[in-house]
Design a protein around this ligand. Structure first.
Ligand code: PAF
Length: 281
C-alpha cells in the first residue's frame, strides 16, 4: 500500500488509473470501515482510502483533540484489506489556508436530526468530502463508498454529488454490528465496560420503534417516538432524537408511507459518549 500525504503525491500515484474507488475515513478504523474498503475493491481499478480527522466538522466542545488517532493499526488493517493507496493529508496539506469557501448543504436535509444537534456539522462534512473528492477523484471521477451507519451523511453526500453533477457514483455500505447488535463506531471505544453492555439498547429501541410503527394505527404513531425517548431516558440515556422518517428525503413519515420506504433514526448520549444508529424498515 502506498501512503501519500500531499495532494501532489496522491495525484501522481493515481495518474495511471482511470476509475478509483474511494473510502474516506477519519481513521480509528474498525471492521465497518474495512468492510467498506472490501466493498470498494471490485468497483474501481485502484482502491483508495483517506484518513483525515476533519476539524471543520467538530463543534468547539466536541472531541476533535481527543478523537482516537491509531495510525499504525489503521495502516495494518487497510493493507490487509487490499487498499492500494492511503491518502493521509496533514492539516496543512488539506487546509493550507483557512478554508473560507465552504459547501452549504440544503438546510431542508442538513439542518434537522444530526444537523440540528450539531449545527455546522454537515457544512464541515460536505466541505471536506468535496475537497477529498477533488483530490482523489477530481481527474477521473469514480466511485465513493459511504456507510449507512451515518445515514443522513450518506444522503447529504448523495445530494451534493447530484446537485454539483460530480462524475462520482456514491455506493452505500451496510452497517456492521457487534454480536449483540451494537453498530460499530469509532466512538464505541469511549464506552466503559458497563456502558458497552448497555449500548445495545439504542439499536433495540430502534427495532422496537420500527415494529410498533408497523403495527400501530396511523393516529397512534405520533406517540411512539415520545414513548421510545422516555424508555431510553429511564435507562439513563440522554436521547437527542428517536424518529421514523421517509428514506427518500428524511422528512417525517406519514400514514401514506409504506413499510419498506422508512428508516428509524436515533442519537443518544450514554454517559459522555454520543451514539447514533438507524434501521431501515
Ligand atoms: O464519516 C466519516 O468518517 C467522516 O464524516 C468523513 C466522511 C470521512 C468526512 O470527514
Amino acid at each position: 500500500m502506498l501512503i501519500t500525504h500531499s495532494i501532489a503525491d496522491l495525484r501522481q500515484a493515481l495518474a495511471p488509473y482511470h476509475r478509483p474507488a474511494f473510502v474516506p475515513t477519519m481513521g480509528n478504523l474498525h471492521d465497518g470501515h474495512i468492510a467498506l474498503v472490501r466493498q470498494a475493491k471490485p468497483l474501481g481499478d485502484v482502491t483508495v482510502a483517506s484518513i483525515f480527522v476533519n476539524r471543520l466538522q467538530f463543534l468547539p466542545h466536541e472531541d476533535f483533540d481527543s478523537y482516537p488517532r491509531t495510525w499504525e493499526a489503521d495502516c495494518a488493517q487497510l493493507q490487509a484489506a487490499g487498499c492500494d493507496v492511503l491518502f493521509a493529508p496533514r492539516e496543512a496539506d488539506l487546509y493550507p489556508q483557512p478554508q473560507t469557501f465552504k459547501v452549504h448543504p440544503d438546510p431542508q436535509l442538513a439542518d434537522m436530526l444530526e444537523g440540528h444537534f450539531r449545527p455546522g456539522f454537515f457544512v464541515g462534512v460536505s466541505t471536506v468530502v468535496m475537497k477529498l473528492f477533488a483530490c482523489v477523484l477530481g481527474a477521473t471521477g469514480g466511485t465513493a463508498v459511504f456507510g449507512k451507519k451515518d445515514y443522513q451523511q450518506l444522503m447529504v453526500i448523495r445530494h451534493m454529488v447530484r446537485q454539483f453533477a460530480l462524475p462520482i457514483e456514491i455506493v452505500a455500505g451496510e452497517t456492521c454490528r457487534a454480536a449483540d447488535g451494537l453498530a460499530l463506531s469509532s466512538r464505541n471505544g469511549y464506552l466503559s465496560p458497563q456502558e458497552r453492555q448497555e449500548a445495545v439498547a439504542l439499536s433495540q429501541a430502534l427495532q422496537r420503534l420500527a415494529q410498533q410503527w408497523r403495527n400501530a394505527a396511523p393516529s397512534d404513531r405520533s406517540l411512539l417516538e415520545t414513548l421510545a425517548l422516555d424508555a431510553l431516558r429511564t435507562r439513563g440515556w440522554a436521547p437527542d432524537y428517536l424518529t421514523v422518517r421517509r428514506r427518500a428525503d428524511l422528512q417525517p413519515a406519514t400514514a401514506e408511507d409504506a413499510a419498506g420506504t422508512l428508516v428509524a433514526l436515533g442519537a443518544a448520549r450514554l454517559g459522555s459518549t454520543r451514539l447514533i444508529d438507524n434501521l431501515e424498515f
